[in-house]
Design a binder for this molecule. Structure first.
Ligand code: MSP
Length: 511
């Protein structure tokens, strides 16, 4: 079997409910996955949940339940989010699953056997007041800041992964693979980070402090550091060490947020793989963050936005559209409920929804509910066709370059042109004329709008899969499984097909 196009999201921490940051990442990855499928790739799409660690253990303790029980409930919420937002993931990995734990232990053992992991004393500092471990870098002007109170130095046995010896290899790798991180300015940040010497990575936590983790195979008194555990999901989920692994690995894309590029994904992960003799993923796609009215979203500020609530309000496809339309992949963006409602009303309701309604209305009234033949080819028709001819390939190119917001903007140039075409033609007026050519113009305009909607729905399929499928059905088009053969404006494509019943795709929202 040939290599599949393997794409992943980060796996979310199980220490809280999903928010729009998690939702955005899944939607973005889903849009890429759907776009690649339509482009002909055999896509394999992974998402999942990161379930180990101190915070999860503490939250479960606070709730008085076992960590596993707590994680099961959170997993249900995240899986529910995927199905609400119509995420087309092929798998959902949970780091407490045996298939994952086995691979983490296998990799740890391999690295230990190769001498890449060694035991030494870990020297650190501890603030009793904050119940927090500190490092030299937490000092300000050589002193511990007041908030930490009394700080104790301590030393305890630990296991270290030999990260530092691969620093030159990594720098070289990044210099010869200039596109490893998208966007490029983020790759520069990685190289900037690598100007400072790397320390070896402490990959163990003593069990007496942290129970909720994967025990080290060579010393069961310790559990594995969460990042080492979490990163391994990308290979454990696709059967590392088993037949078929090479059909998926190396991953084509790890989609992640900007906060987890350096050091976990751009430093620890390539080095872990290289040291274990496993190929490096092809690319990291790093998105920006959603802020809320200019501020970081956080539980403390009480401004966390629930994506399920948004989907209940405007529908999942409108949430998807908003995320993709508003975020320039790589940059940060500001979320506001007003902006979401404005986009819903204008782009979706007025531009797209009205076009569909008009078509179905007029189709029923003037054409017996069927897409008529186009017999007129005058300036308005030529202009509309030209807009599609000039822009369809551009949308695809913009999607290819992860410029999805621009792709949608371009698609809307076409959708608005189609509305303008109707305003120029005014078939509702022409229909009252006795002139035979005017009747032909009415029917022709219906054929042009049907073909326009077929193209629009095809282009919008990755972003709004449900609405697009609905539009295709309403204009009598076949469902779309590939771009190929479906992206050329050809006014006769749908001739004779039945149009659907009048439908409101984006109902008015009060409030
Ligand atoms: N568990 C780690 C990832 C391990 S991957 C091997 C983690 N989890 S997280 O829940 O904190 O974040 C998951 C993803 O959501 C990250 O890619 C992160 O950047 C993204 N987001 C979290 N908040 C976000 C926003 N406000 N906006 C956009 N994405 C954000 O990190």
């Amino acid at each position: 079997m040939s290599k599949q196009f393997y794409i992943t999201t980060a796996i979310d921490y199980a220490n809280g409910s999903p928010h729009i940051g998690h939702a955005y990442e899944k939607v973005l990855t889903d849009v890429i996955a759907r776009h690649r499928r339509l482009s002909g790739d055999a896509v394999y799409f992974l998402t999942g949940l990161d379930e180990h660690g101190q915070k999860v253990q503490m939250t479960a303790n606070k709730e008085g339940i076992a960590p596993q029980e707590y994680c099961d409930a959170i997993a249900e919420k995240f899986q529910g989010l995927c199905s609400t937002l119509n995420i087309s993931n092929d798998d959902f990995i949970r780091t407490t699953q045996a298939r994952h734990k086995d691979v983490v232990r296998q990799i740890l053992q391999d690295l230990f056997d190769k001498g890449e992991i060694y035991r030494a004393d870990y020297k650190g500092f501890y603030s009793k007041r904050q119940e927090q471990f500190l490092q030299e870098k937490d000092k300000v002007d050589g002193e511990w800041p007041e908030i930490f109170g009394e700080v104790e130095e301590f030393s305890e046995p630990a296991y270290f992964f030999k990260l530092s010896q691969y620093q030159d290899w990594l720098i070289d790798f990044l210099k010869t693979n200039e596109d490893f991180v998208f966007p490029r300015f983020r790759q520069k940040q990685v190289l900037e980070f690598l100007k400072e010497p790397l320390n070896d990575l402490c990959i163990s936590r003593p069990k007496e402090r942290l129970e909720w983790g994967i025990p080290l195979p060579f010393d069961e008194d310790f559990v594995c550091y969460v990042w080492f555990d979490a990163l391994t999901n990308y290979i454990s989920a696709v059967g590392y060490g088993q037949d078929g692994f090479a059909e998926k690995w190396p991953a084509n894309f790890h989609v992640i947020g900007k906060d987890i590029l350096v050091p976990p994904h751009a430093v620890y992960w390539p080095i872990m793989l290289h040291a274990a003799g496993i190929p490096i993923p092809k690319q990291l796609l790093v998105h920006g963050w959603w802020n809320i009215s200019g501020e970081k979203m956080s539980k403390t500020l009480g401004n966390v936005v629930d994506p399920i609530q948004l989907a209940d309000q405007v529908g999942p496809d409108a949430v998807r559209y908003f995320f993709i339309r508003e975020m320039n992949v790589g940059q940060d963006s500001d979320f506001s409920a007003d902006l979401l409602l404005t986009r819903y009303k204008t782009d979706l309701g007025n531009d797209l929804g009205n076009l569909v309604s008009r078509q179905l209305n007029m189709g029923g009234r003037y054409a017996d509910g069927k897409v008529p033949a186009a017999t007129i080819d005058e300036e308005p028709e030529q202009e509309l066709k030209k807009v599609w001819d000039e822009n369809t390939a551009t949308v695809i190119e913009q999607y290819e370059g992860f410029q999805f917001h621009r792709g949608l903007d371009t698609a809307w140039v076409c959708i608005r042109a189609c509305n303008r075409y109707l305003e120029v033609r005014q078939p509702w007026k022409l229909a009252k004329s006795e002139d035979a050519t005017d009747k032909e113009r009415v029917l022709t305009s219906l054929a042009y709008v049907a073909e326009s909607l077929r193209l629009a729905a095809t282009l919008l399929t990755p972003v709004m899969p449900t609405i697009s499928a609905q539009i295709l059905e309403l204009v009598g088009a076949d469902s779309v499984t590939a771009y190929e053969g479906n992206l050329t404006f050809n006014v006769g494509t749908l001739e004779g097909r039945s149009l659907g019943e009048k439908t409101i795709l984006f109902p008015r929202i009060e409030g």
